[in-house]
Design a protein around this ligand. Structure first.
Ligand code: NAP
Ligand code: GLV
Length: 312
């Protein structure tokens, strides 16, 4: 049987994906036809979905077996009431690898105080500012899912003391895992560097607010590669101004692209990154999508199904 697929994404992605997706589907023995523009919504078995494709109303897609997200974060899909079939989020080994590299890079930037040395004036010999060892630095990773747990392990392998926080308690070798409000407060109170890798849900919206910043160690560095809505922007600026947060490295924002006039661009203690911490890598991700279509055909449970109640 031929599976009909709508690949709903910005056209700039098509060239990258088409060959690798077709190859992965062939390898998984899934016979498919992929459309890059919507023909008759009722004909599709799957929508492979990226938010930049612009599709919002799924009500005509009455025969869908699943929506397969190209993104790990699915806040807009999870709350989309026009979707009546399972939603699978992206768990891509390539994306995990990329996120770990980005987070480790950002942690090392702050741990080693690269900016201070790069900004040194001629003759400013800052030998007294040599960094401590990683073992003397505590990093808290909020969100210990696919991405956060890999980052936590990598940081721990560099000898950082790593605390992790998640909804359910984890058991990850070398990581001091916590949960609940007490776990959150104790983790942030011990952290020199705070990494956000939580999804955006009703429970995590504005989780980094004045009351959480008040529990943080003075001078904490914030690295947010989760979602912009995790952070209350006004409370962050206030926490920087009062010295609680020494620097915020932000890859994600409430509005993206971040408007040119947004004050974060010029704030001396905020670094703006254009949501590039880690993208889905088409080679590895194609296999995940093909495997889910194979499962759909074989009547096996899909991988990475979103719990829409929880929102991730
Ligand atoms: P995931 O596997 O679903 O992990 C989410 C983690 O957050 C889990 O550990 C979960 O706890 C925890 N969590 C969720 N709600 C919580 C709550 N209310 N309290 C405490 N912990 C909570 O997701 P992922 O694949 O690691 O991705 C995480 C997020 O990264 C995505 O949702 C997306 O927003 C973001 N992202 C950003 C980029 C980028 O380039 N910047 C790229 C990809 C993804 P449990 O394990 O107990 O459920
Ligand atoms: C990117 O931010 C993603 O959620 O995949």
């Amino acid at each position: 049987m031929t599976v009909n697929v709508l690949f709903s994404a910005d056209a700039k992605h098509f060239a990258d994906w088409v060959d690798s997706l077709n190859a992965a589907l062939e390898e998984a023995r899934v016979k498919s036809e992929i459309d890059f523009a919507c023909d008759d919504p009722a004909k599709y078995d799957y929508v492979v979905y990226s938010p930049d494709g612009g599709l919002r109303d799924f009500s005509g897609f009455v025969n869908l077996k699943a929506v397969l997200s190209l993104w790990a974060g699915v806040e807009t899909l999870a709350s989309n009431s026009t979707i009546g079939c399972p939603i699978c989020r992206m768990v891509d080994p390539g994306m995990i690898e990329g996120m770990t590299e980005w987070v480790v890079g950002q942690v090392l930037r702050h741990h080693l105080d690269f900016d201070r040395f790069l900004d040194a004036k001629p003759g400013e010999w800052l030998q007294h500012l040599g960094p401590p060892l990683a073992r003397d630095r505590t990093v808290a990773v909020l969100g210990l899912g696919q991405l956060g747990s890999d980052c936590a392990r990598a940081l721990n392998s560099l000898n950082f003391r790593v605390l992790g926080w998640s909804r359910t308690v984890k058991n990850i070798r070398g990581i001091d895992c916590r949960s609940g409000n007490d776990g959150l407060e104790s983790a942030v109170s011990e952290a020199d560097i705070l990494v956000l890798l939580l999804p955006h849900t009703n429970d995590t919206e504005n989780i980094c607010n004045a009351s959480l910043f008040a529990k943080c160690r003075r001078g904490v560095v914030l690295i947010n590669s989760g979602r912009g809505a995790l952070v209350d922007e006004g409370d962050l600026v206030a926490a920087i101004d009062n010295g609680t947060v020494s620097h915020a490295t932000l890859d994600v924002f409430r509005q993206e692209p971040l408007p040119a006039q947004h004050p974060f661009w010029t704030h001396p203690k905020i670094s703006v990154w254009p949501h590039i911490a880690s993208e889905t890598r088409f080679r590895t991700a194609s296999q995940v999508i093909a495997e889910n279509m194979r499962r759909g055909g074989a009547g096996e449970p899909f991988l990475h199904v979103v719990d829409r109640q929880r929102g991730y």
